[in-house]
Design a protein around this ligand. Structure first.
Ligand code: GDP
Length: 304
């Protein structure tokens, strides 16, 4: 992840730092190279453009160029802008909003194959294991509303057994809204703290999917609606996120396959495109391979 972006930026900044004095032209040239590096990493064009404009303005507008270590200063400006681009470090923003009379409801949405079901189980495990959050362990119920994909409900039940989290008993033939209603009822009656609803995916964003999401959200009134996107799909991930965020009131994003060799554009564009924070990153197939997303750590990894 981010390897080639990191190499490219490293090269640009080594050259900047290598010079004693910097002119405005040097900064502009470096920023042109940064822009190309971002675009090659699949960052959405308007996002890359705004990033470069902001950094350029800051770098040439202040006393940066007259300072003793101008290269250093420019790198710091880039770092800070990257942290902002990744959503900033909001310690409250990362954890889920479960501050409601139980059950808090977390709805998972996304395309088929994005890692939605796995991520549902990963988050359930995290919430029910106090050592993973530093908070008290929650009693979690998971329910799959995916009636399209054969065995989707069974898949969640199997994952539930693996992470020792309860799943809603399956009743064949029930439709998503009915299952959602039954799940909310069960969570209330049985004293669960959190209910996680794993909705159906599709191969592409389509109206039927969006209508189903809205109908489920109407019934369940979730506190969190998390969009799961595959970071390996680059620009596509950004388009999917844009589509979903226009139609469903998302509260956050989970990026999966951050362990792969994605170029990073999805991670870097997501906040600007959806206006919502990236809350978690999936970093492997195993059910404990989920990390809270910290913008400054990720920026640090990119800038090496
Ligand atoms: P869904 O169709 O969106 O529910 O996708 P699944 O949860 O079934 O995941 C599809 C595949 O992606 C499975 O083989 C998962 O193990 C895998 N997967 C999910 N998240 C990650 C991740 O963060 N890293 C890696 N390497 N694989 C993942």
């Amino acid at each position: 992840m981010f390897d080639s972006l990191s190499d490219r930026l490293g090269g640009v900044f080594d050259r900047l730092r290598g010079r004693g004095a910097l002119t405005e032209a040097d900064v502009r040239q470096a920023m042109r190279e940064v822009r190309v590096a971002l675009l090659e990493a699949d960052v959405a064009l308007p996002v890359a453009r705004q990033f470069v404009d902001e950094v350029t303005e800051e770098a040439i507008g202040q006393n940066v160029l007259r300072s003793v270590t101008p290269g250093q200063q420019v790198v710091k400006i880039v770092n800070d802008a990257l942290v902002r681009m990744l959503g900033g470090d909001d310690p409250e923003g990362v954890e889920l909003n479960l501050n409601v009379a139980p059950p808090a409801i977390v709805m998972m949405v996304g395309l088929q194959g994005s890692g939605k079901t796995t991520t549902t189980a990963k988050i359930a495990k995290r919430l029910s294991t106090s050592s993973m959050t530093g908070r008290s362990a929650k009693k979690v119920l998971m329910a799959s509303l995916d009636v399209n994909r054969p065995a989707a409900q069974e898949q969640l039940a199997t994952l539930g057994t693996q992470v020792e989290v309860a799943t809603l008993p399956i009743i064949a033939g029930q439709q998503p809204v009915e299952i959602a209603r039954r799940a909310v009822q069960a969570a209330k009656l049985q004293g669960f703290d959190v209910l996680m609803l794993d909705t159906a995916g599709r191969l592409h964003v389509d109206q039927a999917l969006m209508d189903e999401m809205k109908a489920v959200a109407d019934v369940a009134q979730p506190q969190e609606i998390l969009l799961v996107v595959d970071s390996l799909t680059g620009q596509d991930a950004v388009n999917v996120a844009q589509n979903f965020s226009e139609q469903v009131p998302l509260t956050g994003v989970v990026l999966t396959r951050m362990d792969g060799d994605a170029r990073g554009g999805a991670a870097l564009s997501m906040r600007a495109v959806t206006g919502k924070p990236i809350k978690f990153a999936g970093v492997g197939e195993k059910l404990d391979q989920l990390e809270a997303f910290h913008a400054s750590r990720v920026a640090g990894r990119i800038l090496g």
